[in-house]
Design a protein. Structure first.
Length: 74
């Protein structure tokens, strides 16, 4: 069998980038939806901050369920 071509540090870096990207995707989509209502810059900033919080909560939920699913397979 062929092992992974990534070192543990590279895996950790890739996982961190995926997590940050997921949170930014959620926050960015909330900002884009808000642009339809002609917001001010302050409103966009608030929506982005709320989007980061929502994205973080969604990430926590997905990772928690993924861990439970992996444990059930063993």
């Amino acid at each position: 069998m062929v092992g992974s071509s990534l070192t543990d540090d590279e895996k950790q870096t890739a996982n961190t980038r995926l997590k940050v990207g997921f949170v930014l995707l959620v926050a960015g989509s909330m900002v884009l939806m808000t642009l339809q209502a002609d917001p001010t810059l302050v409103e966009l900033g608030v929506v982005f901050a709320i989007g980061v919080v929502v994205g973080t909560v969604l990430l926590w939920y997905v990772l928690r369920n993924l861990t439970e699913y992996r444990d059930s397979l063993r």
